[in-house]
Design a protein around this ligand. Structure first.
Ligand SMILES: Nc1ncnc2c1ncn2[C@@H]1O[C@H](COP(=O)(O)OP(=O)(O)O)[C@@H](O)[C@H]1O
Ligand SMILES: [Mg+2]
Length: 248
């Protein structure tokens, strides 16, 4: 059997009496772009948290490239290639965009424990930080403190921070939320331009963005998968129309 980048088996998450995620199974192929849609409260973010290790699932298993990671801490999953966008609180507002990314680079560098770092290493970090910013279209903003850039540019910085961990499987939770139409267009183009070898799981509210990017779509409703299919199949499905557009 071909190895999946991600396999989720019968995953459940209870919050008190509420089954926020209720027996979800998903197989995502290597290099696939999977978009998760569903009305507010469907359990999309909770599912992401359980898969990436932010939350402990109440039941079920998560495997990454055939390896069971269900009980691994989040940082161990990151080391195995799971990447995700960080919340804005992980950005230091008084540091420049370049410094923010440089800090993240040093933080993921195994050499960080070396106290006497040779000067050329700093040059290398600076170069990598600029490269990382260029990747998300922020090369001209490296010298600006994070607190002075627009909300859309902060979201771009978050994407740069996520890409910095060298993810094989990248999780994006509504990367376009709160953005202007122009910024939305820019970010979704950046996501479309990511290497095809990178497996992508994305939660997206905007149907056009979602169906434009996805190889396959999973529709979640009340913690359960109600449909999985191609964008065309999802668009044509009457139940999805009811559930999704009915609540949107
Ligand atoms: N930490 C939490 N504690 C209790 N209930 C939660 C928590 N997080 C989410 N929920 C509930 O779980 C359900 C799913 O939420 P969520 O995963 O955020 O949905 P979505 O991302 O699809 O909008 C909602 O009913 C929400 O209120
Ligand atoms: Mg959510």
């Amino acid at each position: 059997m071909a190895e999946h980048a991600l396999a989720v088996v019968n995953l459940g998450k209870l919050f008190g009496g509420l089954a926020a995620v209720d027996g979800v199974s998903l197989n995502v192929a290597t290099g696939e772009r999977r978009v998760l849609i569903g009305p507010n409260g469907a359990g999309k973010t909770t599912l992401f948290h359980c898969v990436t290790g932010t939350l402990k699932p109440s039941s079920g298993q998560v495997s990454l490239f055939g390896r069971d990671v269900t009980r691994l801490a989040e940082h161990r999953r990151t080391a195995l290639g799971m990447g995700r966008t960080f919340q804005i609180t992980n950005v230091f507002p008084d540091l420049t965009l370049g410094e923010n990314l440089a800090l993240a680079i040093v933080g993921t560098d195994r050499r960080k424990w070396v106290v006497h770092r040779p000067a050329e290493t700093f040059e290398e970090v600076r170069r990598q930080a600029l490269e990382g910013l260029a990747r998300v279209g922020l090369e001209g903003r490296a010298q600006l403190p994070a607190k002075l850039v627009s909300y859309g540019e902060r979201r771009q910085l978050e994407l740069a921070l996520a890409l910095n961990t060298g993810p094989k499987v990248l999780f994006l939770d509504e990367p376009c939320a709160g953005l202007s139409p122009a910024e939305r267009q820019r970010i979704s183009q950046m996501i479309a331009d990511l290497p095809r070898s990178m497996t992508l799981l994305m939660i997206e509210h905007d149907m056009d963005v979602a169906l434009g990017l996805a190889d396959r779509v999973t529709v979640l409703h009340r913690g359960r998968v109600i449909l999985e299919g191609t964008p065309q199949e999802v668009r044509a499905n009457p139940q999805v129309r009811d559930v999704y557009f009915g609540h949107a």
